[in-house]
Design a protein around this ligand. Structure first.
Ligand code: ADP
Ligand code: ZN
Length: 613
């Protein structure tokens, strides 16, 4: 290592502590920072929440010159600039939603060469006047966030990204470039390298997709709004997101939660923009708001202390699922997730794929991704193992998912599968699940009588199981592809080729005992371990102090009009409550407290700690 590089690394360590208040690098950050400081071009693929921003923010402070950050997400840009300002860093942004005064401030700092980081939207960079100005601004590094937007394969494609390679050349000859993304399979990665690094391939870093702090759980829908309510109640006072498949459901659930005393707000694209923005602000800014939302709520939320994500309906595929639950626990503290699903969800998602006007190739991929999610929902073992395997990562059982914690019982389901499939065949593959379940359990419904199905040999052969168990069996058979549903024709079931093999006894099938009984069992004991994550770190004795610290944080955040976490993160408050620093020196050792924050907030928080001694 050269002397210059080791000096730069030392100062990076010092700034990590003094500006950001972090004691150490997160996994992966240091090697990237080192490569950037060594002047290399870098592509890094790291999951959401792993701390990608620091990989350019830190070098930006260590080295002279301006770091340009390209990001398509304006809200995220604004939050990062605010967070940097709170840490005492001169940063600014140029985008279409800037106030003129902000633009003037940025231009002034640029002229004086005092700005360290400039966030720019790609549309803005496409303008010749912007490029001209930046060519004079001593730009030494271009960080391209959400780099997968350059790829035409993905759904986030932004044409302006294609020009970035060119822009870099115009601004600074062979300007050093750091591309960052959380989503890049092999073809997308290839695209990024080709389009953003045409001259020479970058050094590539890929971090694990595991997010061990996220608790994973699925439940079948029984009385879904009650299930959601129970889950949200177990997280009293914490910020969270409840995702729903439709706008109507968003509003209904928000109302149900609000009636039960939860601070729930709705968010979907059909709401008036003012209401939407106000709700989003309140979610970002205040403690303990539960956002009930469609997936329209997501891109660009940069709130690190979201403590839970609940899917009240099945997400659209496994990538969407992981991205959506990934919005919880970005601060690395424990966060909880729960996904509810039923046969109706599976039908809806399949229908959406078939009825879309995508190409056949695209539909095939979408079916696969949905299939992967269903397999995860019905997984026989550790969910994280199943999930990571889908992303190509081998792993051990995690100990932090419902299947690891509550276990799962399996049984040879061949005979049950044969019974279910014979009910389908004996009725001419013309009926949906409720009718088939009635036949199996031997229930004389109106329809059973009408079609004389009580005379079938299959009538009542499944009376040893409850209707709910049979529904679960149908779901599982469908998830593994033994039976298929015709979605255009009232959801009637048919037996697939694979199913025929089981029917003929050529292959056997293992099934899972339905978790719903296990889930019910888990609920009673679940409350304790789902207790507020921060409280869990602090221990019971200090919760009064923690509440007082939170109240002060809320007050400061309101008066300064910034989100609560910009003042201090949950982890910082938790450490303050348990270590109870008595003076500025001790306070400086707390996670997240750098020089600027110590100066700005130290006295007020010390006062609260003293008052609660
Ligand atoms: P990403 O862009 O990868 O989704 P961010 O850069 O937004 O993630 O970082 C996520 C959170 O992790 C932020 O709240 C950030 O302050 C925090 N963080 C980043 N690096 C560290 C670190 N070394 N130690 C502690 N917290 C960190
Ligand atoms: Zn597990």
């Amino acid at each position: 290592m050269t002397d210059a590089l080791s000096t730069a690394l030392l100062s990076a360590h010092a700034l990590l502590h003094s500006v950001f208040g972090f004691n150490e690098f997160r996994p992966g950050q240091e090697e990237i920072v080192r490569a950037v400081l060594a002047g290399e071009n870098v592509l890094t693929v790291m999951p959401t929440g792993s701390g990608k921003s620091l990989c350019y923010q830190l070098p930006a402070l260590v080295r002279p010159g301006l770091t340009l950050v390209v990001s398509p997400l304006i809200a995220l840009m604004r939050d990062q600039v605010r967070a940097l300002a709170a840490a005492g860093v001169a940063a600014g942004s140029l985008n279409s939603s800037n106030e003129p005064s902000e633009t003037a401030r940025v231009m002034d700092l640029l002229r004086k060469r005092e700005l360290r980081l400039l966030y720019v939207a790609p549309e803005r960079l496409a303008r010749p006047d912007t490029v001209e100005m930046l060519a004079e601004a001593n730009v030494t590094l271009m960080a391209i966030d959400e780099a997968h937007c350059v790829s035409q394969w993905g759904h986030d494609f932004r044409p302006e990204y294609l020009t970035l390679g060119n822009v870099a050349r115009q601004i600074g000859g062979r300007l050093q470039t750091l591309a960052l993304t959380a989503t890049a399979d092999a073809p997308t990665r290839g695209d990024i390298v080709e389009k953003l690094f045409p001259a020479s391939p970058p050094r590539v870093f890929v971090r694990s997709f595991d997010r061990p702090n996220l608790r994973l759980a699925f439940q079948t829908k029984e009385r879904s709004s009650r299930q959601v309510l129970a889950f949200v109640r177990a997280h009293e006072g914490e910020s969270g997101i409840v995702y729903c498949a439709s706008r109507r459901k968003v509003e209904e659930l928000a109302a149900t939660l609000a009636e039960s005393g939860v601070r729930a707000l709705p968010y979907h694209a059909g709401l008036d923009k003012r209401v939407r923005d106000a709700n989003q602000d309140s979610f970002q800014q205040d403690d303990g708001v539960v956002m009930t939302a469609t997936v329209a709520f997501g891109m660009g939320i940069d709130k690190p202390d979201v403590r839970f994500v609940c899917h009240a309906d099945l997400p659209s595929n496994v990538e969407a699922y992981y991205q959506e639950i990934g919005r919880a626990g970005r601060d690395g503290l424990p966060a909880d997730t729960l996904t509810l699903y039923g046969l109706g969800d599976m039908q809806l998602r399949r229908l959406q794929i078939e009825q879309s006007d995508s190409s056949d190739e695209r539909k095939r991929i979408e079916r696969q991704r949905l299939g992967a999610l269903l397999a995860l929902a019905e997984a026989p073992r550790c969910r994280r193992q199943t999930l990571l395997a889908y992303f190509g990562e081998p792993s051990e059982p995690c100990g932090n998912c419902d299947l690891c914690v509550e276990g799962v019982e399996r049984f040879d389901g061949t005979i049950d599968a044969q019974k279910a499939m014979s009910a389908i065949l004996r009725t001419g593959e013309r009926f949906g699940v409720e009718h088939l379940v009635a036949i199996l359990t031997g229930e004389r419904t109106e329809n059973v009588a009408k079609f004389n199905h009580d005379r079938l040999p299959t009538f009542g052969v499944g009376s040893g199981r409850k209707a709910g168990e049979w529904r679960s069996i149908f779901r599982q058979l469908s998830a593994v592809g033994l039976i298929a549903q015709d979605l255009m024709e009232h959801g009637r079931w048919s037996v697939t080729e694979e199913g025929w093999r089981v029917l003929k006894g050529e292959t056997r099938i293992e099934l899972r005992k339905d978790l719903s009984s296990g889930a019910a069992k888990g609920k009673a004991g679940g409350r304790r371990d789902r207790r507020a994550a921060t409280a869990a770190i602090v221990g019971d004795g200090d919760t009064a102090l923690l509440d007082a610290l939170k109240a002060l944080r809320t007050k400061l955040a309101r008066t300064q009009n910034v989100p609560a976490y910009v003042v201090f993160s949950d982890r910082t408050l938790a450490e303050l409550a348990s270590h109870r620093p008595a003076n500025p020196g001790a306070m400086r050792e707390i996670h997240g407290i750098g020089d600027a924050k110590l100066e700005r907030y130290g006295a007020a928080f010390l006062e609260v700690i003293r008052a609660n001694a």
